[in-house]
Design a binder for this molecule. Sequence first.
Ligand SMILES: Nc1ncnc2c1ncn2[C@@H]1O[C@H](COP(=O)(O)OP(=O)(O)OP(=O)(O)O)[C@@H](O)[C@H]1O
Ligand SMILES: [Mg+2]
Length: 505
Amino acid sequence: MKVIKFLQLTLENIKSHRDLTVNFGEETQITGDNGKGKSTIPQSIPFALYNMDAFGSKLDPTPINYDADITKASLLLEVDGKQLLLSRSLKKGKSQCYVNEVPTSATKFSELVSDLFDKDLFLSLYNPNYFFTLHWEKQRAMLLQYISAPLKKEVLKHVAEEQAKHLEPLLKKHSIEDLKELHKDKKKTLDKKYIAAQSKTKTLQEQLEHHAPTVPLESLNAELKPLLKQRKELDEIHDSASSVNGRINVLNNQINNLNKERDSMKDDWAVLKNEQPEGNCRVCKQPLQDEALEAARDDIKQRTDNFKSAFNDVIAQRTKLQEELKTLEYIDVSEQRAKLSDLQSQIEPIEKEIAKHEEYEYYLKQVEQAKTEEKECLESLNESIFILDSIKDYKAKEAELQGEKVQALFTTLSVRLFKQNKGDGEIKPDFEIEMDGKPYSKLSLSETIRAGLELSDVLSEQSELITPVFIDNAESITRFKEPIGQLITCRVVAGQELNVKAVGE
Ligand SMILES: Nc1ncnc2c1ncn2[C@@H]1O[C@H](COP(=O)(O)OP(=O)(O)OP(=O)(O)O)[C@@H](O)[C@H]1O
Ligand SMILES: [Mg+2]
């Protein structure tokens, strides 16, 4: 707990006060008749600190009915046992701040003050009516600043089991707000995707009906089978005929070539047959001697023998081929060809019908796939819808729990933190403080003081900051709960001069 204590306030030419020193006690009772300057005393404190009145409005306390050289308010306070003198003066409308009497720039001064305590918090604690002058969002934020939101685990315990089961793992990765945005977006996409998936299924279904085959596949296969068998047999005949006919052609070609070779050999033979050895040597032109002549004769004989043997080879080869040719007979396949073409024209339309079945199968698969995709899309869509509903319930429960948590801090006031949208049932932040079922704006003076004191008490406890509290017009309230910190009261007492009484140390 941080404790702010007021020790002494000195006023110099502040409104009706020319020179006044107030020493504060645990309770400081300021009394006097109307217009005696009671309220001016506690209101000078926000002036010294912020150059404002106790409601945060601009304040000029320069006296208007007498001349004064300087207007100055000095507050001696104690923060966690440490004393500090904070002052503000106005001289010809110009403000000057001081810290422990040392002139200090306005920026430095306000930095020092805001380091001590937050302005809105201080004013809310000090002046019980200040909080209610703030915008509701500010009021709400201030109150919730110190009150932690209910734990996820706690909220999940309070939503339906099935919803908790879905949300729990998702909330480990995302905040509830992010999760909501994520699934809102996902649902939008899936809504569109589902419509597209439905229309795809419909289109494919229509195509499938369009491709429905008329003849059953079994009868087509039964019809096709013997025709294919026939075609195979004819193909085999045709193939073997082709190989015989091909061989005949090869043999004829080879025999022809051998005949040509034989004819050319015959010409060569005529030359060789008449060849005689020459009388002279081919190199030295000398007449050949007996021995040499003999060798030339042998050479001619040798070549004649070789030629004969080569010639006989050609004849023998040809005879062999002619023998083989005699065993072969040319086969005429024109009849088979005609039959094959006739068969093909019977097979083709059947195969076309069979292809229709294959196409149908293809579309059938496509339709099945589209249906699966449509189903999966619907499942995802339903999942997102379920999660969005669960988020709504989660948020409602979270709001309820947080409301309960906040409410538990108050005794007479009731606090509303949320409202439910009429249209979509969304839970939206809101803020309303009521006393006995009546909003603040409808309360009487004493009721507003009591409401303010209770709120200031709760804020003080939650923020762990204790400041003095001032109650103006305290005569109008017969009873109220004493605040934890110092109390300053202003009371009208008829016919009395201004009196300040400090009670307690
Ligand atoms: N700038 C000023 N210069 C001089 N006097 C001022 C100035 N502003 C206000 N006054 C007067 O100072 C006097 C004290 O005012 P203050 O509000 O402190 O009186 P009060 O004791 O609280 O009166 P009440 O009982 O009516 O609440 C009043 O007569 C008021 O008119
Ligand atoms: Mg007054």
